[in-house]
Design a protein around this ligand. Structure first.
Ligand code: SF4
Ligand code: SF4
Ligand code: FES
Length: 256
């Protein structure tokens, strides 16, 4: 087994401020960035705060920015860096710092609560739902989300714009709206809930200019932009500008 000394630079601080601190630390073959952070805690910086849980890329806890790129620390192998490269680890920039590498991600839970849940279809009981396999596969992709919030952290709409947070749910939650809107059994419309209108007017879909940065950082390789956001935008436009929809609405208005 080969070992070497790596140069790490880690942001240390709290909501009052902080700075990058330099460490020289041993690295062994096959290790990931989270292993090195743990070694630092064990040997040099016992008070270094870091959030993690599974060390398997599945809990979504260890999100941070490594050399400026939003990544999971437990899924970033040390072998992707040159041995003499400085590895800089900073907390996610879009969320307030709690301490060191730990951020307060409660913005995301607020947004999650704002998305109305699946509306069960009337007259069907548990076990009676039937869907085509292609509809199942479509939403299955979005269900792989581990809620690491790296996509939320990356999105330029909120990354440096705290003022947009109130009006914008972010890619993870617009993807949830898209999933529900394309769900063949969701009875939102019958219940008087227009998911396409709320996507645009309440969850800020119009802020997204489909740059695909969210897709690029997703550790689950979910095609957030191509498979959720763009189709949702297309359906919003269809609803607004489709001449048949317009005619139907006009007739309904006249009848009323
Ligand atoms: S595609 Fe949209 S949601 Fe994704 S990062 Fe770009 S602006 Fe944000
Ligand atoms: S969509 Fe991908 S990047 Fe965004 S929270 Fe889910 S797993 Fe993380
Ligand atoms: S520790 Fe669970 S995703 Fe990294």
């Amino acid at each position: 087994m080969s070992t070497y000394q790596a140069h790490f630079r880690i942001w240390r601080g709290d909501p009052g401020g902080g700075e990058l601190t330099d460490y020289t630390v041993e690295v062994h073959d096959g290790e990931v960035v989270l292993d090195i952070v743990h070694r630092l805690q064990a040997t040099q910086a016992p008070d270094l705060a870091v959030r993690w849980n599974c060390k398997a890329g599945k809990c979504g806890s260890c999100s941070a920015e490594i050399n400026g790129r939003p990544r999971l620390m437990c899924m970033t192998r040390m072998s992707v860096f040159a041995r003499d490269e400085v590895v800089t680890v900073t907390p996610m920039r879009a969320f307030p710092v709690v301490r060191d590498l730990v951020t307060d991600v409660s913005f995301n839970y607020v947004k999650a609560r704002e998305i109305p849940a699946f509306v069960p279809p009337a007259g069907l009981g548990p076990g009676e739902y039937r869907m085509r396999q292609e509809d199942v596969d479509r939403s299955q992709e979005f269900r792989k989300c581990i809620e690491c919030f790296l996509c939320q952290d990356t999105c330029h709409v909120v990354r440096d714009h705290e003022e947009n947070k109130e009006a914008f749910a972010g890619p993870r939650f617009l993807m949830r709206v898209a999933e529900l809107d394309m769900h063949p059994l969701d009875a939102a419309e019958e219940a008087g809930l227009d998911r396409r209108r709320t996507a645009q007017e309440e969850h800020g879909l119009g802020y997204c200019n489909i740059t695909k940065c969210c897709t690029e950082v997703c550790p689950e390789s979910i095609r957030i932009t191509d498979n959720a956001l763009i189709p949702l935008k297309e359906r919003v436009v269809d609803r607004k500008y489709d001449p048949l929809v317009w005619l139907g609405k006009t007739i309904r208005r006249r009848k009323a």
